[in-house]
Design a protein around this ligand. Sequence first.
Ligand SMILES: [Zn+2]
Ligand SMILES: [Zn+2]
Length: 193
Amino acid sequence: MLQKRRCRNCRKKADGEKAIVSPVVAFCSYDCLKAWNQTKAAKKERLKMERKITREAKERLKRKNQWMREAQSAFNKFIRIRDKKFGVCISCNVELVYKGHGGNVDASHFRPRSAAPQLRFNQYNCHASCVRCNRWMEGNLTPYRKQLIKRIGKQRVIDLENNNKPKHYSIDDLKRIKEVFKKRAKLYEKKFR
Ligand SMILES: [Zn+2]
Ligand SMILES: [Zn+2]
């Protein structure tokens, strides 16, 4: 198979001692490779390749963002179910109504995801709150902190506040996180029905 390959530049057989052969392309000599690289066709090909690489990188990013959303949604759901036993918003103590779209329950990150993405899946950092506190009062953090200390202890709160270690998630990490919290949510759902 390889013996039959032809030089991309001069179309002669590229099987001599000077031949440069890769799985994708063959040249009979370095001179031919250089000559080919100067042609318009070669430039066009390079551009096409670059665009392909950019497109693939974009698609990877898109896929990763999608997995991030799904993992976050599984985690947040777990938090809401885990905190059902308290029955009240961690910040303002209003009663939480668990009723699908008619409910008022959010999973509220103590240190917000935007400022501390490394804590986005940290169970100490996230608690059930009312929609009003979470969405319209930026978490209503002063009473949140007081209640958080009661729930998890002062040291853990301080640890959260000092945790600035960046964390990176691969697509596989995100898939795993989604599965883990989906399972945990189911478990808690049975326990606290
Ligand atoms: Zn050649
Ligand atoms: Zn509230």
